[in-house]
Design a binder for this molecule. Structure first.
Ligand SMILES: [Zn+2]
Length: 445
């Protein structure tokens, strides 16, 4: 037996038993299912969906009230093609009904998660072992999309270094070199690069912005590190992040998509499509209320396991772009979409009614070599403030060019103010936000 199969078949299943999880069971199932015929996957989804909504209706007072009020006849919801009849779940609804009405008291809650979300208002979520196991299995599967296999050592950035003894033991066995994503000073990053070299690591995983910063440093150090893959999650992988990471490490970046509520949603394959983890989650694109163009819509997710707290048509607050082709060359039959376009509160609405997404601005700024970082803040409908950390060579005429481009491509009637700053602080969550709209901080219901 080689190391991979010893881990797969002996060590990790024992770990599951000790921690009362079933990660490996789900991992094996989901690994296989990604290649299932599409129809079979849909059938599997439909069965889980009907089970999920009925469990929610029968055992969770919030859903019973909501569906009764909306006159939903549960017998008529027979498959995912009927999902549009069900009302949408918002974060405010969760906050108002948590925990008494929205947690299923018949299921054991093992973990309470706190997530800050895009508006900064905290949200609590309960998860049971079954859903935790499924999500953790998908964390392994998402990394497989980069070519990584269980047992291959890698460097991972994360929020907390205190991982508990079970995870510590797993890290040790799996060869995970876990470093803090909060500590990204040059000195610390140099240390991380040293770890990669010393242990001859071939993969790096973690928050997109942290991978970007490590990559940037690797370039300026002429580190010469070559990796086989990078896996990003947590925040948006902007085009310039991807370029820098790929240049620094001479490898492909596999972006993945999940949410702070503990749901793993999709991972990007070698053809650049984000494949949805269909056995675990159903994804919808919603075009209501906004005039997004080019098949960009709000993302709704339904976790296909009711768990301790069901998520049915949950408005996650992200915007995504649909894919045009239905079949992906990689051979996975999982549905896919083209990209994540940012968060709801990361969209500038102009006086003419145009919606400027994050990529609108990164598309302009990525060609400006004299701009180190930027941030666009909107406090009023008719104006935006553009903060710029300039580099050597930044001039008034470069700013004029940028401003013209925003006017021409975006909206000529938008007032644009420049603010030169020394630095732009990261968010509390250690994420970099390029675009902040303070126009509509109240969530839509
Ligand atoms: Zn694919």
């Amino acid at each position: 037996m080689n190391k991979k199969s010893i881990l797969n078949n002996i060590v990790l299943p024992i770990g599951d038993r000790i921690s009362r999880q079933s990660v490996m069971k789900y991992y094996r199932l989901y690994s296989e299912m990604q290649w299932w015929p599409h129809l079979k996957l849909q059938e599997y989804q439909n069965n889980l969906f009907v089970k999920t909504i009925n469990e929610a209706y029968l055992q969770v007072p919030f859903y019973r009230d909501l569906y009764d009020k909306s006159n939903i006849d549960m017998r008529k919801i027979k498959s995912l093609s009927d999902i549009g009849r069900l009302p949408i779940l918002t974060k405010d609804m969760i906050r108002k009904n948590y925990p008494d009405k929205i947690v299923n008291k018949n299921r054991k809650s093992n973990i309470e998660l706190f997530t800050s979300g895009s508006t900064g208002k905290p949200l609590s979520v309960r998860l049971d072992m079954e859903t935790i196991s499924a999500a953790r299995a998908l964390m392994l599967l998402r990394a497989n999309f980069s070519g990584w296999e269980i047992g291959q050592p890698y460097l991972q950035t994360g929020m907390t270094l205190n991982r508990g003894w079970i995870r510590y033991a797993k890290d040790l066995l799996l060869g995970v070199h876990y470093v803090s994503a909060f500590d990204l000073t040059d000195d610390k990053i140099d240390l991380y690069l040293k770890i990669i070299k010393k242990h001859k690591l071939k993969y790096i995983m973690g928050y997109a912005s942290s991978l970007y910063l490590i990559a940037k440093r690797a370039i300026s150090n002429n580190s010469g590190i070559e990796l086989k893959g990078a896996v990003s999650w947590g925040d948006n992988l902007f085009a310039q992040y991807r370029k820098v990471i790929e240049n620094a490490f001479q490898c492909r970046v596999t972006d993945t998509y999940g949410c702070g509520e503990g749901i793993q949603i999709a991972a990007e394959c070698e053809y650049g499509n984000y494949h949805i983890f269909m056995p675990h989650v159903h994804v919808e694109f919603l075009y209501e209320n906004k005039n997004y163009t080019d098949e960009v819509g709000e993302i709704l997710v339904t976790r296909l396991n009711a768990g301790a707290m069901p998520f049915i048509r949950y408005r996650i607050g992200d915007i995504g772009k649909k894919s045009h082709d239905s079949i992906c060359k990689c051979g996975r039959s999982l549905n896919h979409f083209k990209s994540i376009e940012g968060r709801d509160s990361d969209i500038i609405v102009t006086p003419n009614g145009n919606n400027l997404i994050v990529h609108f601005f990164t598309g302009i700024f990525e060609y400006e070599k004299t701009v180190d970082t930027f941030q666009v803040v909107q406090n009023e409908i008719d104006s935006i403030d553009v903060k710029i950390v300039p580099m050597k060579g930044f001039t008034e005429s470069i700013w004029e060019k940028i401003r013209n481009e925003i006017h021409t491509k975006g909206d000529p009637s938008l007032e644009i103010n420049l603010e030169i700053v020394q630095s732009i602080p990261l968010e509390k969550s250690n994420k970099r936000r390029f675009v902040i709209s303070r126009l509509n901080n109240n969530e839509k219901i």
